[in-house]
Design a protein around this ligand. Structure first.
Ligand code: SAH
Ligand code: SF4
Ligand code: F3S
Length: 437
């Protein structure tokens, strides 16, 4: 039996898919190269904006054609759209045989059995944490041998007024320290060098189980063999001095942080219920730079939030100029069902959003060109994580991609590289020496 999984959305969804693959391998399934060859086709969905929703429906349309030719094929939908839509999704797309959400991943074996017996199998209800935690018993199946994601918490307890995530993934549930450390130990034994801790709001990890996130960082770093640590996504309001200090103290933590600002206007931030001001955000950036010399940042921006004026938008551009992010992920505000912002007055016309977006992108392009140039001639530590077109490819600690000449047997090693050429989205360099782990 073969499976095919199509994954949309964030790194947490990606990591869920890796776990789903683990369950399927455990059941004896093998991966298929294309959906046409598969006996089980799964779509792990995202519903953060309207566009990903549409993509899911168009993929389901394609998979329907496969099922018309081979009615025994099982088509499943999981992830955030499944959770948000529930039965409505099946009504809209009757081709769906099975459906589950991020709460019920570990039920996949039973669901497949039910679907094979000709029933429609659906599990989207929230479960008691002890039941949900059974999903950690399955190991992930990863494409990247050296860098691995570890989901450390589920859900989100914030109430950003534009965001659908608290509704699709539920309340914040921190995974226990022991369960996380056990997975990290297993990953390291499997050859992993870089551990990337994940949560919608990872800096809030532990708040519901009375531990501070910095404690997790120290404990992960104690595990022999962990060479690099990253974590995503930090929320500015939980990003405190203890975390900054831990980042500075722990040698394995990379000098990079994704810290979404969303907007530079205090009025808009308030409407978004982000719980920080532009000034507080900039202070946190300053504090992080003090504790972690050389740290680089990336961010998320929403343009055209309801009532956003030209002045509000200028404040956002000002944050870009002040922080000089290495990467900016910008999105046009997309109204989501049952979120407060969708019902606010003053929705912004699409032309205005498009215009602001393109101005934001062109400013960021200039900033990035300067940042890229500043890397030329520098020496960077690079973990060689993949082999592409005859070259070794890896990331600097500051999260920039570099390709170098070398042989495939160097994969998994960390090397010092002199950067010979640096462009906005890629760099080239030559290896100087290996870094002792
Ligand atoms: N938990 C993370 C973000 C998760 S969603 C955080 O708090 O920052 C990833 C990004 O999608 C968000 O940072 C935001 O920029 C964007 N996003 C979320 N909802 C959106 C919406 N309704 N319209 C446009 N962009 C949105
Ligand atoms: Fe959504 Fe806000 Fe939670 Fe991020 S912190 S997932 S934007 S509600
Ligand atoms: Fe999308 Fe769900 Fe992630 S809505 S961004 S897949 S948490």
């Amino acid at each position: 039996m073969k499976y095919y999984i199509k994954t949309f959305g964030c790194q947490m969804n990606f990591n869920d898919s890796e776990r789903i693959k683990g369950i399927l391998h455990h059941m004896g399934y093998k991966p298929a190269d294309t959906p046409e060859e598969a006996d089980l086709i799964l779509i792990n969905t995202c519903t953060i904006r309207e566009k990903p929703d549409q993509k899911v429906y168009s993929h389901l349309g394609e998979y329907k054609k496969i099922k018309e030719k081979r009615p025994e094929v099982i088509i499943g939908v999981c992830g955030c759209l499944a959770q948000r839509m529930g039965w409505q999704l099946v009504e809209k797309a009757p081709v769906v045989d099975l459906m589950f959400s991020s709460f019920n991943i570990h039920h996949l074996p039973e669901l497949i059995q039910q679907a094979q017996a000709g029933y429609r199998a659906i599990a989207i209800l929230e479960e008691p944490p002890e039941d949900e935690d059974r999903m950690w018993e399955f190991k992930t199946v990863r494409d990247n041998a050296y860098c691995a994601y570890v989901t450390v918490m589920k859900g989100c307890d914030k109430h950003c007024t534009y965001c659908v995530v608290p509704k699709t993934r539920g309340r914040q549930r921190s995974r226990s320290l022991e369960s996380i450390l056990e997975e990290v130990r297993w990953l390291v034994a499997d050859g992993v060098k870089e551990i990337h801790l994940l949560g919608q709001n990872v800096t809030a990890w532990g708040q519901d189980i009375n531990i501070h996130f910095s404690e997790l960082l120290y404990r992960v770093a104690e595990i022999p063999g962990v060479e690099r640590i990253r974590f995503t996504t930090g929320h500015p309001s939980d990003m405190d001095e203890r975390i900054a200090k831990a980042m500075g103290d722990i040698p394995q933590i990379c000098e990079h942080l994704h810290l979404p600002v969303q907007s530079g206007s205090n009025r808009i931030l308030k409407l978004m219920e982000r719980n920080y001001t532009k000034e507080e955000y900039l202070e946190k950036i300053h504090m992080l730079r003090e504790y972690v010399p050389g740290i680089t940042f990336s961010t998320d921006i929403i343009v055209g939030f309801p009532t956003e004026t030209e002045e509000d938008f200028e404040e956002t551009l000002d944050v870009l100029r002040k922080v000089r992010f290495e990467q900016v992920f910008s999105f046009k505000y997309s109204p989501r069902p049952d979120t407060p912002a969708a019902y606010m007055e003053g929705q912004i016309p699409d032309e205005v959003k498009t215009d602001r977006m393109s101005r934001l992108l062109s400013l960021q392009k200039e900033i990035l060109a300067e940042i890229a140039r500043s890397y030329e001639g520098t020496v960077q530590e690079v973990l060689l994580e993949s082999w592409q077109d005859g070259k070794l490819v890896g990331r600097t600690r500051t999260n920039r991609w570099v390709s170098v000449e070398g042989s495939e047997d160097m994969l998994g090693k960390t090397v010092r590289v002199r950067i010979t050429r640096s462009q906005p989205f890629s760099m080239e360099g030559i290896i100087l020496e290996e870094v002792e782990a």
